[in-house]
Design a protein around this ligand. Structure first.
Ligand code: FAQ
Length: 314
């Protein structure tokens, strides 16, 4: 059903701050917008397990290994909540994965950079999860009910992730000169890509006007990026790290930090598939998706057998 009356009623529900649920009327463009964003969010969580997974066997202590394992496991779980929430919009998991493999669906720019050493695990937790939280806290108030509820749960786990990363960085900054240099080097490499996670500037963001009108986005790309910058620079200074930006300065009048220009050429190159690790990340996902086909088949066979048994009892 599609008519002007339904669209007006839908928009008035959004304007009143009501949640839209999966069986409620929604314009097709709203549904498509959500499938795009939520599936890309889900893919990011799952692809995001790769750079960190690389360090599980090389974590420097049993404690740090346990913490990293728990964090990565959470990320897999976040992907599952988000795929399930996206499926309530009438698309199957199989289609979503096909879109990832064909390149139709993106995932976050940030996971196309390599995790070269243990300090990178600190930088990922602190900066990448830190940026993710700022975005996701805002998305807790997004207009689509299943997405909003997934975000509430994800945010609780994400704040532990950010602290895991900051603890690693703080510890390294209290260590030897070499450890301090490693932490600074990781900060230098992850700072700018983390700022790009919030997407292009508002003036160059094609999806923002619909997203704001439909309250999918409650704050804009630039507003959220600024929040992250204002929160993170004092954290860096507290442990003795330098922000790799010669133009950064605190505007005493507004209380906000001003930063130098972001390299948008790099951002576009990376999201078009030409970052340092795009090929590696996708090859890995495709390989294990196919290798794991028997697990999905076994789960399906188990489900069918159980359903048959229940039918027999009833
Ligand atoms: N990377 O018009 P806009 C995590 C694309 S957190 C790649 O501004 P929109 C946790 C965008 O898709 C990371 N592509 O788009 C974790 C669009 O292209 P399309 C995931 C990007 O949607 C931590 C085009 O540029 N979080 O995984 C990016 O209104 C550690 C134009 O952009 C989320 O996904 C980017 N950064 O705003 C896991 C949050 N930015 O689709 C493991 C939910 C933009 O037309 C370890 N998503 N593009 O082909 C959002 O809030 C929004 O989708 C934005 C982009 C803000 C990311």
């Amino acid at each position: 059903m599609h008519n002007e009356h339904s669209d007006n009623h839908f928009q008035s529900r959004i304007d009143k701050g009501e949640h839209i649920e999966s069986k409620d009327y929604m314009p097709e463009a709203y549904r498509k917008h959500l499938i795009r964003q939520m599936s890309q969010h889900a893919h990011s969580e799952v692809i995001g397990m790769q750079p960190e997974g690389n360090w599980i066997t090389r974590a420097p202590s049993l404690r740090s290994k346990q913490i990293l394992l728990a964090k990565i496991q959470d990320e897999g779980g976040h992907g599952l909540y988000l795929y399930s929430a996206a499926e309530t919009l009438g698309i199957s998991r199989t289609e979503l994965i096909e879109q990832l493999h064909s390149g139709k669906a993106k995932y976050s720019n940030i996971f196309n950079y390599p995790a070269l050493n243990w300090a990178d695990i600190g930088a990922i937790g602190w900066l990448v999860d830190g940026a993710a939280i700022v975005n996701q806290v805002s998305l807790q108030r997004t207009s689509y009910g299943p997405y909003s509820r997934a975000m509430v749960r994800i945010c609780k786990e994400e704040s532990f992730h950010q602290r895991q990363g900051y603890e690693i960085m703080a510890k390294m900054m209290k260590g030897t000169k070499d450890q301090q240099a490693m932490a600074q080097d990781a900060m230098n490499r992850w700072w700018w890509p983390a700022l790009m996670m919030f997407g292009p500037h508002d003036t160059d963001s094609p999806h923002s006007s619909d997203a704001v009108k439909w309250r999918i986005k409650r704050e804009t790309n630039d507003e959220l990026r600024q929040k992250f910058i204002d929160k993170t620079i004092p954290q860096a200074e507290l442990i003795g790290l330098t922000v790799p930006d010669k133009d950064v300065q605190l505007d005493e009048r507004t209380g906000h930090y001003k930063i130098g220009a972001i390299n948008w050429d790099e951002f576009h190159r990376v999201i078009k598939g030409h970052g340092p690790c795009n090929k590696q990340r996708m090859d890995h996902h495709v390989f294990y998706h196919h290798t794991g086909a028997w697990v999905r088949e076994a789960a399906e066979a188990y489900r069918a057998k159980k359903a048959k048994k229940e039918m027999a009892v009833a």
